[in-house]
Design a protein. Structure first.
Length: 155
């Protein structure tokens, strides 16, 4: 590599960001393939799965809680929820705990679809990471969560 090169690394895969890009691209392709069956996007899945998570744990189902949980920006969440509502997966109602907020709730259709989609995605998750041992997978998740926590305040 010449002194005039802007690259820090001799090999592209030495860049943590590039490796993240590659795994993200592969993972997103797998998700698209699975979610096409359910007629929802990855963003919609993240919202619906989070709502199911909140529902089971009796957490607030407001848009602001979804933003915090998913790390999806407010505008994208808002657009996606409107689309999910239009497609009959969710409804919005006044929050019982915050007069300024709206709760997002499943319709019967949404509840049925997300249950099946979660099972399919969790199976895809296991298939995607099958090459790692249990110990490696624990380490991968731990390191990834550390990077997320370290950067969450910057976004």
């Amino acid at each position: 590599m010449s002194d005039s090169s802007p690259f820090k690394y001799n090999k592209a895969d030495e860049s943590a960001g590039f490796v993240l890009w590659k795994i993200s691209t592969l993972w997103q392709a797998k998700l698209r393939q699975v979610l096409n069956e359910f007629g929802i996007t990855q963003t919609q899945y993240a919202i619906l799965a989070s709502l199911k998570w909140f529902e089971e744990r009796r957490e607030p189902t407001t848009q602001s809680h979804l933003v915090q949980h998913t790390k999806i920006d407010k505008m994208t969440i808002s657009k996606a929820i409107r689309r999910l509502q239009k497609d009959g997966f969710v409804s919005r109602e006044n929050s019982t705990t915050d007069n300024r907020a709206m709760d997002v709730r499943f319709t019967a259709k949404g509840s049925e679809v997300i249950h099946k989609a979660i099972v399919a995605i969790e199976n895809a998750d296991e298939d995607f990471f099958h090459c790692l041992s249990e110990k490696q997978l624990i380490g991968y998740k731990s390191l990834t969560l550390e990077v997320i926590a370290s950067n969450s305040s910057q976004v």
